[in-house]
Design a protein around this ligand. Structure first.
Ligand SMILES: Nc1ncnc2c1ncn2[C@@H]1O[C@H](COP(=O)(O)OP(=O)(O)OP(=O)(O)O)[C@@H](O)[C@H]1O
Ligand SMILES: [Mg+2]
Length: 419
């Protein structure tokens, strides 16, 4: 069999938050803001940044670097000792603090729900405070439950009857209930396990693409910051702002040694998540359907695609979805292929895959050929690592200062395994 490169596979970076801002969103300005606590601790030093409307801005940095302090100065839970915080140009000191807080959603770690109120009543808290009838507030709360992906039946439970991840969703719904233009989120997903956390992050991105709130999100996890942030403020200990830039820039152009160190290993590789490639060649891949006999000469069937991986044959199910790779040197001709024969693993490159995902698909595949699938997870061909590297080389010409090196030692299989 032969391979061809006439079709093309177009990976894209994650869809950015839409530019069109719904009415009622707000821009937040820190102007030379400082906070020295009464005991003399300098928590935030001379912070000047503009937090744009309708975007997710992440404050990230090690413990004690002033992230929470900075966040709470926005809604005046903490008052600055120097400088000014403005929302839509208005000095927050001129706004009554409780009023200000009702217009700003606030989500914290462990959700901070009221334990003696049902889920619906928790969500309805602020609208009721604002004078809405309890009935209409609870009806709206029911809609919000669905929005954050919870079953309506959960509405009558108490927080203790929910899992940690469900409580966090209720926390987000409660913060959204008054439809505030601004949301402050302080490590909202830190207390749940990594799988639930990843789901919450994905749903949060989806929710924000619908809502377009001005969100300030605090985390100490750089990967979470890179995943969620439209831009990232990296804080250093002592409350110094070390860098304020897009995730791609923080990864590929760290401002100083502190940021480079904080961002950590493999940043060149991780920056590929943001690289868009126009034409990544898609190679035809011979496949064998589960339950069918291994054809004669299967070991050489795929030759010419991989360098020296000719013995690998991609096995699919009846729906043409990938099930795994067959090592043809280990099975006799005519053998009926079962799932037990297959080498699993290998991430998939879907239609929305970034260069990172495409490269990971190739690197994590036993054949060296990354399985590309369509929106229905059907095999449409394979991608080769060298083509991804070519695309990276091409993109270097297109961007001012791209990722400086490719270090594929830490392949993360985000896109799921070819099982
Ligand atoms: N009420 C307070 N009185 C004195 N010092 C405080 C007070 N609150 C916070 N600090 C100090 O201010 C600094 C910044 O604290 P902050 O809570 O803003 O850090 P953080 O970046 O949110 O840390 P973490 O990641 O651990 O939550 C720390 O050194 C902390 O000990
Ligand atoms: Mg904190």
């Amino acid at each position: 069999m032969t391979h061809s490169t006439h079709r093309s596979f177009t990976p894209t970076a994650r869809t950015p938050t839409p530019q069109a801002y719904p009415k009622g969103t707000a821009v937040i300005n820190f102007q030379s803001v400082s906070k020295v606590y009464p005991d003399g601790t300098p928590a935030v030093q001379d912070l000047t940044i503009e937090i744009p409307t309708g975007r997710i801005t992440v404050f990230v940095g090690p413990s004690g670097c002033g992230k929470t302090t900075s966040l709470r100065m926005i809604n005046r839970m903490i008052e600055p000792t120097g400088g000014t915080v403005l929302i839509d140009g208005q000095d927050t000191r001129s706004i009554d603090a409780p009023m200000l807080r009702r217009g700003i959603g606030y989500v914290i770690q462990n959700a901070g729900l009221f334990p003696h109120r049902t889920v619906l009543d928790n969500i309805a808290t602020v609208p009721v405070l604002q004078g809405k009838s309890r009935r209409s507030a609870r009806a709206a709360a029911g809609d919000l439950l669905a929005r954050v992906g919870l079953d309506a039946a959960m509405g009558n439970r108490y927080p203790a009857q929910l899992s940690g991840g469900q409580q966090q969703r209720v926390g987000v719904a409660r913060a959204l209930a008054a439809d505030p233009p601004v949301m402050l989120m302080d490590e909202p997903f830190s207390a749940v396990d990594p799988v639930v956390r990843s789901q919450l992050q994905d749903e949060f991105i989806r929710l924000q693409s619908e809502l377009g709130k001005t969100i300030v999100f605090v985390t100490h996890d750089i990967d979470e910051a890179v995943k969620l942030g439209d831009q990232i403020a990296v804080f250093a200990v002592g409350g110094r702002l070390a860098q304020f830039a897009s995730p791609a820039d923080v990864l590929s152009r760290p401002a100083d040694d502190f940021v480079a160190d904080f961002v950590g290993r493999d940043r060149g590789y991780r920056a590929l998540s943001f690289v868009v490639s126009e034409d990544l060649p898609l190679h035809d891949e011979p496949t064998l359907t589960l339950g069918r006999p291994v054809p004669a000469g299967a070991g050489s069937a795929a030759e010419g695609i991989g360098d020296d991986h000719g013995q690998w044959l991609l096995v699919v199910d009846e729906k043409h979805q990938p099930r795994g790779w067959l090592d043809c040197l280990r099975v006799p001709e005519g053998h009926l292929v079962t799932p037990d024969d297959l080498v699993l693993g290998g991430s998939l490159a879907g239609p929305e895959a970034s260069l990172r995902t495409a490269l990971d698909a190739a690197l994590s595949s036993p054949s060296g050929r990354g399985v590309a699938v369509d929106g229905e997870t059907k095999v449409i061909g394979t991608v080769a690592a060298r083509d991804v590297l070519d695309a990276i080389e091409k993109s270097r010409g297109a961007t001012p200062d791209p990722a400086e090196r490719i270090e594929p030692s830490d392949p993360l299989s985000k896109a799921g395994a070819a099982t």
